[in-house]
Structure formats: structure tokens, C-alpha cells
Design a protein around this ligand. Sequence first.
Ligand code: NAD
Length: 489
Amino acid sequence: MSNSSQSIEITTNFINGHHSNGQTKTMDVLCPVDGSVLSKVVLSTKDDLNKAVKSAQDAFPAWSALTLKERVGVFYKFRNLLEKNIDELTEIVHLENGKIRSEARAEVLKGIELTEFACSLPQMINDEIQEVSKGVECRTTHMPVGIVASITPFNFPTMVPLWTIPNALALGNCMIVKPSEQTPISALKIAELFKEAGLPDGVLNIVNGDKDIVEAICDHPVIEAVSFVGSTRVAKIVYQRATSNLKRCVALGGAKNHLIVLPDAHVDMTATNVAASMSGCAGQRCMAASAMVAVGQVDHIVERICQEARKIKVGENLGSVISKEAKERIEKYITEAEAEGAKVLVDGRNVSLPGKEGGFYVGTTVLDYVRPEMSIAKEEVFGPVLSIMRTSDIDEAIKIENSSNYGNASSVFTQNGSMANYVMDNVSAGMVGVNIGVPVPREPFSFGGWNESRFGVNDITGKSSISFWTKLKKRTTKWNPEAWTNWMS
Ligand code: NAD
């Protein structure tokens, strides 16, 4: 989208404060709501990336020389612009991603919260100072890393860019963002709003494209840090490539989140949370409940979950999935699981939305008696599908959860506090919850999974991101020549 939502044509790059068409090819951006062509996105070349890096380099000295407090002044204005433009941003997310408008709006609101966290950084970062020896002081200061990059996925086109942009920029870096080529429009709008907020040209640059440009980012000698969010397959590629080029990297990957349901769980609370977790954003959340481990006799809860799942209707409270390929992949998982003996309690295959027959819709699906060795139990389905596995033993449930190579989120549903703590202590996941379907930590807590859901040391948001986007300078000073001197001072 070059100018406004009415004249959608090319989703350009945004380099040095200006739209830039790139040099060569474009790719269609499809609207998953109805399958129409929404835009054409520029597929950038290495030359385009070089221009963006050069503009970031030119902007860096002045931007990084400002105080943190001066820099976050821009973010207060940007935050207000997000609020002012929330209807347009909501519509863009709805059209390019397919999620329903209320979910798209919630995503923008989360972007506002992330920006507010960046505004609070001057209150959070207290550099340390101590007299370490008579007359000798040590002091640390957080310095920006330099020119950094953020590579983002399709499923949260506003929120995930705002996981990284505000913190990285507020901390003094200049950035190249490479949005998903499936949902590139939101990021361009974000860059336009930053310019309106007064961000100096070149501090934030958008370079669109596909895997070629991601590889070029990982190889670029000037870019010093790379953050990535996407599938585990690509997270591994990016982490290996960026770190082998001696860059710091945090790469968040896919997920297979388990909810463990015990017989004493509150029935309504469990049913509504599980159904909302598996179906929200059409199951295309890295925090979505994808597998449920039912411990003991919980048929009454399974029945209520199915009632809730049946209330969720495409086009009303369930959006589309991202593409025709995604719809086919999800339906194939369901069909294979059924053939292997799973019982389909709620079937979301072969649905379409009247008037939007070209859209990519999958209805909510609940499968019971899934076995841990089935593909649907092990792999990321990324659709509104819940696979229920049965066991009679809590340790067996934890074992099923921990056999996953992922480790993003896990939640337990029970009214027994010590059982809840036992599960939280023993599951191998970075974000755990009790009686909550989507245990997302909110700011200032940081977001990040374990195992193959995250490569690298830091989490991507919150306090933990501060050390990713900065490097510590340790200053030691002595101004009193008469001070006693030994080997330590
Ligand atoms: P993806 O991995 O296909 O794409 C992510 C980014 O990588 C895009 O910008 C894309 O252009 C680029 N890319 C794709 N293939 C590449 C390749 N071979 N080499 C280099 N770059 C490549 O992910 P997606 O389909 O856009 O997003 C969905 C995935 O993201 C899911 O697996 C989901 O779990 C994950 N996700 C994880 C988190 C988290 O916090 N862990 C958050 C959101 C999404």
C-alpha cells in the first residue's frame, strides 16, 4: 500500500524516510478474507538493502547521541498516532491477515502497550555506579548495538514488528525491518506513522522481500544484531546464518502448546478458555492451545469444550487462515488423524463463507483420542484445531508435553494449587499458566519460549530485551592523584 487503503497497489519499501519501489520484481499479497489480490509487495534486492543500511548508518550518529529521554519523546507521539489511526490499522490487519476485526483491533492495542513500555525505558534503566576502590568509580552504561534488523512473520503484522521496533530504537539503534511478504502492509503504515511522529529519516527502514533478503540481512557486514520471529525451520536457518556471521541473534520459532486438564478443573472456565485459545486468530498464534492432555475422567469438560467450539463460526467470531496452502495443510492433518483412529468431535473441514467463497476458512475442530505419536500431536498445525490426548496420570501428561521439541507455552487447568505448581515446575516451556488458555506475559515481563521455540539467550520483549538491544560499557574513573594505589586501583 503506497498511499492509502483506497489506492492499494504497491507495498513499497520505506528507506531514509521515503517510499521506495525497489528495483525489480513484485509479488501478489492476497487477502485471505476473500482470496482477492490486496496489493503487490516489492521483492527487494541486495542493492535495496544496501541503501537501507546506508541510510541507517547515516542516521545513527545523531540518533544514538540523543539521551534516552529525548528519544522516547518520539514514542509518546507515535503511541498517540497508533490510537488515532486504530481504525485504519485494524482494517489493514483484518484484510492482510484475515483475523476478525475485534482480534485485529486487540493486536493494535497490544502494539500500543508495547510502545508504552518503550516510553517507560528511562524509568527502567538505572545504570550502576559504585566506588570500587578508594577514589575509583566503576559505572556501567547501556550503549546501542548499532544497525540492527527485525524479521517478522505473517500472524501478527502489527504486534510482532512492535515487539522489536520501539525498544530497539528507543535504546539508540537504527533498524531494518523485513516484514512477512504475506502481510507487509501494516509495517509500512507503522513506518509512516513513525515519520509523522518525528522519527528522523533513516532510523527505521522497511525492506520488503522473501528469503533472499533475509539471507542478505544475515550476511550483511554492517548489521550487528538480528531478531527473528517465525517458524522453527526458518528460525534455525536465520540463527545459524546470523551467528556464523558473528552477529548477535534471537530467533523465536514455532510452537506446540499443551493444556493439561485435570478432573477438578472449573468446567465453564476451562471450556471457554480452551476453546478461545485454540480458535483465537484462527489458531494462528504461537501461544495457541493445540494439544490438550486430559488426565483421568474429564468427559464432562470435553463435552463443554465441544459446545463452546460449535459456537465459533467463520466470519463471525472466527477469521480465515492465511492461505489456500494453510487451509489444505490443516485439513490434511485432520483427515490423517481421523484415518489413524482419532475421533472427530467437531469438524471444521470444507467450510466456506457465503459471499466470500474465495477466502481461506477452516472451522473449529476438536479431535479426541489422538495418540502422542501421531503427526497432529507432534507438529505445529497452526489452525483452529484441538487434539485431545487421554491419560490417567499427571506424570504421563507432563511426559507427553515434554516430549515435544517445542517449548513455548503450557497451561494447567485445576483448582488444586499444589498440583498446579507441580505442573508448572515440571513442564519444559518458557511461559506457563494456570487456568489460562494463552499465558502471554504482559509488559514489563518478557516474552520467549524454550527449546526449539527460541534460539538465543534473550527474550524478545520486556526487560529481557534491553540486554539484546544494548551493549554494556564499563567505565572506571579516578580523579584523585593522591589516592593510594595497589594492583587493584
Ligand atoms: P516463516 O518462518 O515462514 O516466515 C517468517 C519470516 O521468515 C518471513 O519474513 C519470511 O519472509 C522469512 N522466510 C521464510 N522462509 C525463509 C527461508 N527459507 N529463509 C529465510 N527466511 C525465510 O513464518 P510464518 O509462516 O510467517 O509465521 C508463522 C510461524 O511463526 C509459526 O511457526 C509461528 O509459531 C511462528 N511464530 C512464533 C512466535 C513466537 O513468539 N515464538 C510468534 C509469532 C509467530
